[in-house]
Design a protein around this ligand. Structure first.
Ligand code: ADP
Ligand code: ADP
Length: 229
């Protein structure tokens, strides 16, 4: 479920400067495709088009064979879990932030999601610690802890599609490895589009697409790409 298809997608923020120049690739249901490439190549633009931050200008993006322009943004986003580079949290408890993934979830379900992301010990606390009414109950979450909140939210939402947009790139190496392990659990058996800067962080992907200046420069498995270069 959740098969994604990009077909001849062109996109520019400014008509004078094309960013995506005819991108076609599929993410088969349950598989993981990673898009890597230098900064500015257009990787995040791809993920933003899939999440419909922007409208597709030419070509098409479809999910399970349905053009995403034919469904409402709300319906589309209900089927997608997005873990961005830097998660911005609401100034409310961590459990509130997790429950945002599925407001109807029970306390037990929120707790279970928090346990998977290994943050069950602070779900009743505030993420930034600046609520004077709550005072000492506040805490300041690190970048890695915020990513864990985003992961717990996605676990609770349990969407068929996952977008990981440089989800570990802002973290130090040890934390990155830790969060990667948690993300591997979440993305298992889910259709996953990973945006990454480096090839070394997407070893497990079923296919890797190397994007350069808005074009697919190379594609293949991690092993095949390493052998060629
Ligand atoms: P990547 O994720 O590969 O680093 P992006 O998709 O974020 O690349 O950006 C591709 C190009 O589009 C970059 O040159 C960037 O400066 C430009 N760009 C990104 N977002 C916007 C925007 N909102 N308005 C104008 N230009 C943008
Ligand atoms: P690191 O060991 O630092 O992770 P990588 O092997 O991931 O290094 O690659 C560093 C840079 O080279 C990245 O910007 C990546 O996108 C690019 N790169 C890596 N492998 C390829 C490849 N097969 N084809 C094109 N670019 C590549």
């Amino acid at each position: 479920q959740g098969a994604i298809s990009f077909k001849d997608v062109h996109f520019s923020y400014d008509p004078a400067r094309p960013i995506l120049k005819g991108i076609s690739f599929d993410v088969p249901a349950g598989k993981t495709v990673a898009v890597v490439g230098p900064s500015g190549a257009g990787k995040s633009t791809l993920s933003r088009l899939l999440y419909r931050f922007y409208d597709i200008q030419s070509g098409s993006v479809s999910v399970d064979g349905q053009d995403i322009r034919t469904v409402t943004q709300k319906t589309l986003r209900a089927s997608i879990g997005m873990v961005p580079q830097d998660t911005v949290l609401f100034n409310d408890t961590v459990s509130y932030n997790i429950r945002y993934g599925r407001p109807s979830a029970s306390d037990a379900e929120v707790k279970a999601a928090a346990e998977i992301a290994q943050i069950a010990h602070f779900i009743d606390l505030l993420p930034e610690g600046f609520d004077t009414k709550v005072g000492e109950r506040g805490l300041k979450l690190s970048g890695g802890e915020k990513q864990r909140v985003a992961i717990a939210r996605t676990v609770l939402k349990a969407p068929p599609i996952l977008i990981l947009d440089e989800a570990t790139s802002a973290l130090d190496t040890t934390t990155e490895r830790d969060i990667q392990t948690a993300l591997d659990v979440v993305s298992k058996n889910r259709t996953t589009l990973v945006i990454a800067h480096r090839l070394s962080t997407v070893i497990g992907a079923d296919e890797i697409i190397v994007l350069k200046s808005g074009e697919i420069a190379e594609r293949g498995t991690h092993t095949a790409l390493l052998q060629k270069n």
